[in-house]
Design a protein around this ligand. Structure first.
Ligand code: GDP
Length: 356
């Protein structure tokens, strides 16, 4: 289950966003430290292809891929030293596959800013500094141990090299995800800033259509991805039926909600994609990594599918929709029988053949 940790200073709109995310009514309170328990919300990855697929197969239900979000309690300056909520949030972030940092861009004099004023650059540097300090502590503890292990020939010297390089990068103020260090060797340390990063700018409605304002925020975080949304609008959207929601979105110059964008970009940032299966019971999307081969992809459905893999019948989504039915797609020669070395593509509609 893919999970993304939502972090950010208190009062930046994390709870508001998270409530919209999960359609829960978790209290969004206007004071710091309101979100103390980590909350998990699972959202569907929007995929309009599934509706079309279900129509072709007369499927009873649709099962999209999912992304789960973990709402982490507010981080404040000094968190890595036990300030505010202390270190309890670190373990929750460590377990996530990626980090989405919510940054306040909205102005509202009624909502207290914990650092005294709305300043996105300052805010994201505060959070990143805390995460980098936490990683530095981890490395400072780990390096003497790794040195001993290398001396005793229990660990490869490349592990020590990577750890030292990571420490140097952090001391220079670089997030590990933006360094070119080979981090695979020190994966077991669970370093926070090594995780893929997405920035979520919670901005006033006017900024959503202000390309220049967005570009300058984007420049603060490049090459990481930036998502722009208005958490208040997101929480209104969830209460509307699809037509009214589309109208509200259009009135703010968008064609996709911020949450949908977040799920989609999160998915992409992690190098994931989906393939599709369909039948009278369900039309379904399955999550796999980019570059995965057919047997590994089959294993996501069931380990037996991977072990007993024979072939996969693959039709691209567009070809299937053009043909209008699987029978017609086959007669047009669009159904390919692929073997164990086939590299899966996003949107492949697949039926696996396997031995029990
Ligand atoms: P958290 O501490 O980061 O979880 O922040 P909350 O979601 O609890 O939001 C803090 C306060 O800011 C609440 O009163 C929200 O209603 C308000 N708020 C959140 N997002 C927005 C926004 O986009 N615009 C405005 N004006 N207020 C917001």
């Amino acid at each position: 289950q893919l999970s993304i940790a939502i972090v950010g200073l208190p009062n930046v709109g994390k709870s508001t966003l998270f409530n919209a995310l999960t359609k829960n009514d978790v209290l969004a309170a206007n004071y710091p430290f309101a979100t103390i328990e980590p909350n998990v919300g699972v959202v569907n990855l929007p995929d309009p292809r599934l509706t079309k697929l279900a129509a072709v197969f007369h499927s009873e239900r649709i099962l999209p891929a999912t992304v789960s979000f973990v709402d982490i309690a507010g981080i404040v300056r000094g968190a890595s030293e036990g300030e505010g909520l202390g270190n309890q949030f670190l373990a929750n972030i460590r377990e996530a596959d990626a980090i989405a940092q919510v940054v306040r861009g909205f102005t509202d004099d009624d909502v207290v800013h914990v650092e005294g004023g709305v300043n996105p650059k300052n805010d994201l540097e505060t959070i990143n500094a805390e995460l980098m300090l936490a990683d530095l502590q981890t490395l400072e503890r780990a390096i003497p141990r790794i040195e001993k292990e290398v001396k005793g020939k229990k660990t490869d010297p490349s592990v020590l090299e990577a750890a030292v390089a990571a420490k140097d990068a952090l001391e220079r103020g670089t997030l590990l995800s933006q360094s070119d260090i080979e981090l695979g060797a020190i994966r077991e340390l669970g370093l926070l800033t090594a995780k893929p990063y997405i920035y979520v700018f919670n901005v006033d409605e006017a900024v959503l259509t202000d390309a220049a304002a967005k570009a300058s925020l984007e420049a603060l975080v490049a090459p990481a991805h930036a998502v722009f949304l208005d958490a208040k609008i997101e929480s209104e959207l969830i209460d509307l039926d699809p037509e009214d929601a589309a109208e509200l979105l259009a009135s703010t110059g968008q064609d996709e909600s911020g949450l949908d964008q977040l799920a989609r970009i999160g998915f992409d940032t992690l190098g994931l994609q989906t393939y599709l299966t369909a039948g009278p019971k369900e039309a379904r999307a399955w999550t796999i990594g980019k570059g995965w081969k057919a047997p590994q992809a089959a294993g996501v459905i069931h380990t037996d599918f991977e072990k007993g893999f024979i072939k996969a019948e693959v039709i691209s989504f567009d070809d299937l929709i053009d043909a209008g039915s699987i029978v017609e797609a086959r007669s047009r020669g669009k159904a390919r029988l692929e073997g164990k070395d086939y590299v899966m593509r996003d949107g492949d509609v697949v039926e696996f053949r396997f031995n029990n």
